[in-house]
Design a protein around this ligand. Sequence first.
Ligand code: MN
Length: 255
Amino acid sequence: MRFLLSNDDGIDSPGLLILAQTMAELGEVFVVAPEKERSGGGHAITMHKPLRARPVLQQSGIHFWETSGTPADCVVIAVFDLLPQPPDLVISGINRGPNLGEDLTYSGTVSAAMEAYLCDLPAFSISIDSFENPQWTVAAEVSKRLAGLIPLGHPLLLNVNVPNRPWSAIQGVQITRLGRRRYRDRLTKRCDPFGRTYYWVAGELEEGSPAKGTDSDAVHHGYISVTPISLDLTDYGSSPSLEPIRAKLERSLGL
Ligand code: MN
């Protein structure tokens, strides 16, 4: 099997290295990752400047490149140029910190897997539910076992979150849906020594009890969360109630 790995924590992330070493037990591993951290960069692609990709080191047969691009750029460069053939599976991670609920819209980790999915490949993103002392080896083993089970040959997108616990404290695996993720104090406004205003856009997570069946709830209770992701963002439930608005809009436009 041929694996493409990427992430948003950057090429030097310990989670990426452990993932690469673990996946090398199953097949050939190609790592194409951003040269610097891109966490929170979402699904951005670089359209207005050239991108560079450099081989950085060879280690136990694993091929590593760093690029000046985003996680999504990395996947495109890898799939359409760097790899000799398309990968069988794309894995993004292991991310330091969770990627749950609506945070997926900010996540570079998940976006790398999304980009692979848009290239018609099976892919998953994997994250650890802690920024402090992440248990990389647990998530790496989850990646390896899951990679051996995913049907190859057609697109599939999974978002995996692993509780930051030792094996003995992992309760099981749940297939979940995306939960709500709300923050308070979203914006901090301060003044620099020259009297000019500056901002930090980073809030604190609102602690509450997540709804049953959600990714947050699973991880909170010690389960590995696997969420199948669709990129059809259409809100089908709202379509019927929009019909009167459509009719009025058409009339007001004289159509
Ligand atoms: Mn990250």
